[in-house]
Ligand binder design. Structure first.
Ligand code: ADP
Length: 647
């Protein structure tokens, strides 16, 4: 449309120029016509008062001086013979008198016409050489002089067409215009005006019909391209077009940039989607009302529901086990109330579509959108059933290992036990023998039965005491081996020591070791698996005593202490230490001390310390050792204090 508008504006502009040109041409033609009429009158005026040829010549010369377009005026008689003439002073033309007088000359033809018309008549134009090699187009005007009914003579005036243009039209011509007289067929007779050529030419033609002949007045005008722009409409439309094209270019560029951004975005989205789809971690997003807004394929595979079954669910999601739904709902409410720390991780149990339960690790974090607004919750799920299974396996094997270690301890103790039981049994045996002897002697006549009975009673009492002692020894071992409940309980530290002291003293006595214990007064109870901790203490004490089993070492003191954690960081912990005065631990041994099956003793299993560390770490504590001055080693481990709230 804009292009059409520009074109129409151009057309309009062109038509304006054309019509101006037409007007100019019409004006020029009417100028020429009125000048010719005026000349006819002037020529008629020459004959006024029947002048003498001399006077006529003076008047005619005067007229020729004034009217440059006229080249020559002749006065001819009725037979067309020349009476007299006058020549233009401006233009020397060599006239051939003979041809001019001929009855076929243009002048004669014009006069014939004039006689017939009874008024002035013009001849057609003809080329008149000037004698200097040049020439110009001429035209004759014949004016019959009326006498008494028949022509008294003629005035023949010769016009130079070129001068006609110069004098009659030239003053109105603009610089970019060209005026010319042409014949009807387009042949140019005289031309005036610019030879300049612009980019575009306009042409107008107008007929100048004269009695006896007709000429065509033609005007050409050139217009340069810039003249299109002064036109306000054109300028406006052009400016708008340029603006529009600029806007379009900007738009196209913007659109291209937008497309590129969209493509990049789509790529990023596809990448993210591929990433989410290939994750093994389940992902789920919920809005602030708790409705599920997104689940990834891994989550669907985990719970066995399709996304359609999950999306939009809020309370009682289909993967909640019915028996736990209430608890989960409360947890969700707590979460939405903002009472849980962000990025909160916890373990939970979910139900698959087929009803089987499985443990999951859930990590929940608030979902913050690009504007920084909290729009919901994002959760990541890890199916930890496999992990659980492996943990279970390792726990079982650990337990088996511990049991083995305990049995090994028991095996070692069996010899000690036999030695320990030997004493009461020997005592029982000798008391029994003594009693039998007493009973036998009391049967002899003359014996003091009452005194014997007294002795037997005493011996039986001793037997009973020794049997009890033996029973205690066996019971302590029995207790140690059999007790296998894994529950954690709050135990006073003293009780832990008391439980193992009988067992320790068995070996201590054999090795000549003095056992010292010291428990800081007012200690709180510790939360532990009593059996396992006793085993740890027993192992450490045994290792300590074995380390002192060297003839060179004297005195042999085993020191067992319990106190509160020394530093602030350990104020919630009890610290157990077992100190010996043995040979210490060489660096190469220290490196693999806790490696299972590492031992330096021929009959050792190498499981003791590794088990000790496992047990202590299961309680959250740590087991460490350091050299003891002046000799020996201190093994230290920590156990948590029982917090009242946790009981
Ligand atoms: P085992 O007692 O069956 O050898 P342990 O794991 O209890 O297995 O001990 C491994 C090794 O650590 C022992 O063989 C011993 O060389 C060393 N060891 C343990 N306790 C002490 C100690 N108090 N003093 C010196 N060496 C020790």
């Amino acid at each position: 449309m804009l292009v059409t508008l520009v074109w129409l504006a151009g057309r309009y502009e062109a038509s304006q120029v054309q019509s101006r040109l037409e007007r100019d041409t019409a004006d020029a033609v009417s100028d020429v016509r009125s000048a010719l009429t005026r000349n006819v009158q002037s020529l008629q005026a020459l004959q006024a008062g029947d002048p003498a040829p001399m006077a006529w010549e003076i008047n005619a010369a005067e007229l020729l001086r004034q009217r440059r377009e006229l080249v020559r005026i002749e006065w001819r008689d009725a037979n067309l013979r020349l009476r007299t003439y006058a020549q233009s002073p401006y233009r020397p033309v060599s006239w051939d008198a003979g041809s001019r007088e001929s009855s076929h000359s243009d002048a004669a033809l014009a006069c014939t016409n004039a006689r017939r018309l009874g008024g002035p008549a013009y001849s057609s134009s003809y080329f008149q050489p000037h004698g200097d090699g040049l020439g110009s187009e001429m035209m004759e005007l014949c004016l019959p002089l009326s006498g008494t009914g028949r022509p008294a003579g003629y005035v023949v005036a010769t016009y130079a067409l070129q001068e006609m243009l110069v004098d009659l039209v030239g003053h109105n011509l603009t610089r970019s215009q060209e005026a010319s007289f042409t014949e009807a067929d387009g042949t140019r007779l005289a031309v005036l005006g610019a030879a300049r050529r612009g980019s575009r030419m306009f042409t107008a033609q107008h007929l100048l019909d004269l009695p006896g002949t007709a000429l065509v007045m033609r005007m050409d005008s050139w217009h340069g391209a810039p003249s299109l722009f002064p036109n306000v409409l054109t300028a406006l439309v052009t400016a708008m077009s340029i603006a529009l094209v600029t806007v379009m270019v900007v738009l196209v560029r913007d659109n291209r940039r937008r497309l590129r951004a969209e493509r990049d975005l789509a790529d990023a989205l596809a990448f993210r989607k591929a990433m989410e789809d290939s994750l093994v971690t389940g992902l789920r997003a919920r809005d602030l009302q708790g409705r599920i807004t997104y689940v990834n394929p891994a989550f669907c595979a985990m719970v066995g529901f399709s996304p359609q079954e999950l999306l939009g669910q809020s309370t009682a999601a289909p993967y909640w086990p019915p028996e736990l739904a209430e608890e989960y709902r409360q947890r969700q409410a707590t979460r939405f109330a903002g009472d849980l720390p962000p990025r909160h991780g916890f373990e939970s149990v979910f139900m698959r579509k087929d009803g089987t339960r499985f443990p999951v690790l859930i990590i929940e974090a608030p979902l913050i959108n690009a504007q920084g607004l909290h729009t919901g919750w994002m959760s990541a799920f890890l199916d930890i059933s496999e992990q659980r299974r492996i943990e279970e396996l390792s726990r079982a094997s650990q337990e088996r290992l511990q049991a083995t270690a305990r049995l090994a301890t028991v095996g070692e103790m069996a010899s000690l036990l036999s030695h320990e039981l030997n004493q009461p049994l020997a005592a029982i045996s000798s008391y029994a023998t003594g009693s039998l002897n007493l009973l036998e002697s009391s049967a002899l006549p003359g014996a003091d039965g009452a005194a014997n009975l007294q002795d037997v009673r005493m011996a039986v009492q001793h037997i009973a005491r020794q049997a009890e002692r033996a029973g205690r020894v066996i019971k302590s071992v029995h207790d140690f081996v059999r007790r296998r409940d894994q529950t954690r309980e709050a135990v006073p530290p003293q009780e832990l020591l008391d439980a193992i002291l009988p067992l320790i003293s068995l070996q201590a006595r054999k090795l000549g070791v003095r056992v010292q214990t010291s428990v800081e007064p007012g200690l709180p109870r510790t939360l532990c698996d009593r059996t396992m901790v006793e085993q740890v203490l027993l192992n450490l004490a045994r290792n300590a005593m074995q380390a002192m089993d060297d003839p060179a070492i004297h005195p042999r003191i085993l020191d067992i202490r319990v106190r509160r954690g020394a530093s602030n960081a350990y104020s919630g912990w009890l610290e157990f230490s077992v100190t010996d005065g043995g040979g210490g631990i060489p660096p190469e041994v220290a490196q693999q001390l806790f490696t299972p099956f590492f031992t330096t003793r021929a009959e050792g299993m190498g499981l003791g310390l590794s088990m000790c560390r496992t047990v202590v770490e299961q309680h959250g504590g740590f087991l460490a050792f350091e050299p003891h001055a002046p000799r020996g080693t201190v093994f230290t481990f920590t156990l948590p204090v029982c917090q009242p709230a946790l009981t």
